[in-house]
Design a protein around this ligand. Structure first.
Ligand code: NAD
Length: 734
């Protein structure tokens, strides 16, 4: 039998080895053709009496599969939408059947009567791990990474994952595994009994064959009489304790914003009340429904497709050879510089870490030592890794070493004069062709570039704190920034495994500009007398990871005051709301500077006590009755004010690609991920509906909510952000 994606060989003991190796792909993924071929192979192997057992493996060293091709899901959804207009019932039936294809095939493997073992080397995610779970045995290499990450892109494991995991683990562990969507290593999978054996890559297939030869049952426990669920029946004393808690925990974690996560809880609960075949049907129904949700469409687009495209350099100028720097210099070994040195050394880049004196430079390097010590303690790195990383960071108190580096990243004090001096001195020591990047948060790149002899080689690379954890980097183009500088910056950001967005040189760039709106809306609410706890809770209910007042404490309230002062100095008194300025002045004057001072909008008592909102805040402004506050409207105000700001950045050309605004808003300031980002929030409800919502809020809360002309124009033309700003992409998807 001839396959495009598989080879098949049966050995003398009657064991068939089905090896998956897709041509022209670095990683195997499930496509319609792959499924057809698995089905055909299964038919022939089951019919062949000489075949006693089957080993399913991958021909790609270091990876089994990345899961389903999300484009396949896109096509299914596209077909559904096309048919929906003329025949909604047929459209739904077709989608339902296609959603069940993979699950049904895995169930056939499970019940085919012959034992099947998967041999897993490296990555085995999503539908691939669901396939493995349907097999009768699993063996994996020590480097295997297995998991069901679907929930992270708005869907959930819909090919039996929820049913088998819930029958292999106790209900609580199963829910945790499914709702977190984290990948696990071979050791952990073995301990959880999700796999049976661990074997070195060169012994993997032989170990799988040996399992078959030793004899393993070709019938799963749940298909045998007398099967008992790991944590007992749902309707039992234990179940009565567990399930109400599950429901409230789920709501606490997700605020019920994620249809994919909600479906996981339902599938497990309802599935465990039923025999497996009916449980699989329940899963299939929920899958077909979740797949049609706006949240799934938006999350798949932003958190999977766009993130991948941006990470691969979607905005990189064409025709410039790889410029990934081998050696860089970081000038300024303070809070940010030390973090930049760490993430660069982590990526294997040699770093010269420069500060005004050796003590300061050494202190910057010590930050890496402490982060690595922590990783070693948690078992995430070995002592040798820590040593190797530290050996790549060379502290220095002068610019001698600058002649050897491809890129200089400046992170000295946020002061025009200090930066200008550093830039000029560094320029004199750098080799020809090397690029200079500033990490400034507020100073225009074009202005800073004046201190550099060749403005084409000058760019902004704006990190977020803490550098080691924040995945977004804004790459800022000055007026004269050239393509080589842009390519270098993007190659560097890719090397350190962060996601770049390319932004124009304007006040606040993109992310800070939007996030200021978030905090400013909260100031309005405080001044209006909305109880502070409701402000924080409404923000979290809207899907924000941190309440605006807590966030302001992290950023520091005196910094908010400085930003307001600078804005007034540059743009005039009217540029800042006087009531907001009064509010921050009251806090700063009372020494409430935020977390660093142990008090801000919150009080921070000594551990283990938890932070709590400062009771005095309520006394500053007459409080509204909690019952009179419209919590839904508070949520909308947060999401709308940031989305409107993101729309303004597009209208002004600060950001030019909606993918960047969306991904930037989620990674940069945690914009409710279930929306797919600030612009997808608008596209998701439709620009017309968004304009109407803005107008309602404008009437009630003032002109900051007035829709901008671009939105009116788009609403009357029936456009979306992706349709208007990425027409090529839209055509592709149709
Ligand atoms: P920081 O005060 O912690 O560190 C600045 C460092 O620069 C200090 O170690 C200082 O000794 C050193 N320095 C000052 N003058 C120098 C000189 N002439 N030569 C060499 N080193 C010199 O400040 P930070 O928070 O790390 O901020 C650094 C830059 O990063 C600023 O431009 C800031 O706007 C920007 N930034 C900060 C954040 C943040 O959250 N803190 C976020 C993004 C960008």
């Amino acid at each position: 039998m001839d396959f495009n994606n598989f080879t098949l060989a049966v050995d003398g003991d009657g064991i068939a080895l089905l090896t998956w190796d897709m041509p022209d792909r670095s990683m195997n993924v499930f496509t319609e053709e792959v499924m057809d071929e698995i089905e055909a192979a299964l038919d022939s192997l089951v019919a062949d009496e000489a075949v006693k057992g089957i080993v399913f493996t991958s021909g790609k060293a270091g990876s089994f599969t990345g899961g389903a091709d999300l484009k396949m899901l896109g096509r299914m959804l596209g077909d559904y939408r096309k048919l929906e207009a003329s025949d909604p019932h047929a459209a739904m039936t077709q989608l339902f059947d296609r959603c069940g294809r993979m699950g049904a095939l895995w169930r056939r493997i499970e019940t085919c009567g012959k034992p099947v073992v998967t041999a897993i080397d490296g990555t085995c995610m999503g539908g691939g791990f669901e396939l493995a779970l349907a097999c009768h045995g699993r063996v994996a290499t020590p480097r295997a990474k297995m998991g069901l990450p679907e929930v992270k892109v708005g869907i959930f494991p819909g090919a039996g994952g929820t049913q088998r995991i819930a029958r292999m683990l106790d209900a609580q562990a199963a829910l945790q595994f499914l709702l977190k969507g984290e990948a696990i290593g071979a050791e952990k999978a073995l301990a959880m009994k999700l796999i049976d054996k661990v074997a070195a890559p060169e012994e993997l297939v032989e170990t799988a064959k040996a399992m078959l030869k030793a004899g393993i049952p070709a019938v799963k426990p749940w298909d045998q009489k007398g099967y008992k669920l790991p944590s007992g029946p749902v309707y039992s004393a234990a179940g009565a304790q567990l399930w109400p808690a599950v429901s409230s925990l789920y709501r606490k974690e997700t605020q019920d914003n994620y249809p994919g996560a909600r479906a996981i809880v339902k599938c497990v609960y309802e599935g465990l009340l039923l025999p497996i075949d009916l449980g699989l049907k329940v899963e299939q129904r929920y899958f077909a429904s979740v797949l049609r949700s706006t949240e799934a469409a938006m999350m798949i687009r932003s958190l999977f497709v766009s993130m991948q495209e941006l990470g691969k350099g979607a905005r990189r100028p064409h025709g410039i050879a790889d410029r990934q720097p081998k050696r860089i210099a970081v000038i300024g070994a303070g809070f940010m510089g030390a973090g930049i040195a760490y993430v660069s050394a982590m990526a294997g880049i040699e770093v010269l870490l420069v500060d005004r004196d050796m003590a300061a430079a050494e202190k910057g390097k010590a930050h890496s030592a402490s982060l690595m010590a922590d990783r070693v303690k948690k078992g995430r790195a070995k002592e040798a890794d820590a040593e190797a990383l530290l050996s790549r960071i060379t502290p220095a108190d002068g610019y001698d070493g600058l002649a050897d580096v491809d890129l200089v990243v400046e992170a000295v004090f946020e002061d025009r004069k200090v930066k200008a001096d550093v830039i000029a001195a560094a320029a004199a020591a750098m080799k020809p062709g090397a690029i200079f990047a500033s990490n400034t948060s507020t100073l225009p790149i074009t202005g800073l570039a004046e201190s550099f002899p060749e403005a084409t080689r000058f760019i902004g690379i704006h990190f977020f704190s803490p550098v080691d954890r924040m995945m977004l980097v804004e790459v800022i183009l000055g007026e004269k920034t050239g393509d080589e500088a842009l390519a270098t910056a993007l190659d560097f950001v890719r090397a350190i495994r962060k996601t770049p967005i390319v932004v124009d040189d304007t006040r606040g760039f993109f992310a800070n500009r939007c996030v200021l709106r978030y905090m400013s809306e909260a100031y309005d609410m405080v001044v209006e007398g909305v109880p502070p706890a409701m402000i924080e809770n409404a923000a979290r209910m809207a899907g924000m990871p941190v309440g605006p007042l807590a966030l302001n404490d992290e950023v520091a309230i005196d910094l908010s005051r400085r930003i307001m002062q600078a804005t007034m100095a540059d743009l005039g008194e009217a540029a800042v709301d006087k009531r907001h300025f009064d509010l921050v002045n009251r806090l700063v004057d009372a020494g409430r500077l935020g977390r660093k001072a142990g008090k801000g909008f919150y009080d921070y008592p000594a551990k283990p006590a938890k932070k709590h909102l400062w009771p005095g805040l309520k006394e500053l402004y007459p409080q509204q009755n909690a019952e009179d506050v419209d919590v839904k409207e508070l949520q909308q105000r947060f999401l709308v004010t940031m989305a409107l700001e993101a729309a303004r950045t597009m209208a002004e050309g600060v950001v030019t690609d909606p993918r960047e605004a969306d991904v930037g808003s989620i990674l940069g300031f945690g914009y409710a991920p279930y929306t797919g980002g600030a612009l997808s929030y608008i596209d998701g409800m439709g620009v017309k509906a968004f304009v109407a919502l803005c107008e309602t809020l404008e009437k009630r809360h003032g002109e900051r909510f007035a829709p901008i002309p671009l939105l009116h124009e788009m609403a009357s033309a029936g456009q979306t952000f992706y349709g208007r700003f990425r027409p090529a992409r839209q055509a592709e998807a149709a």
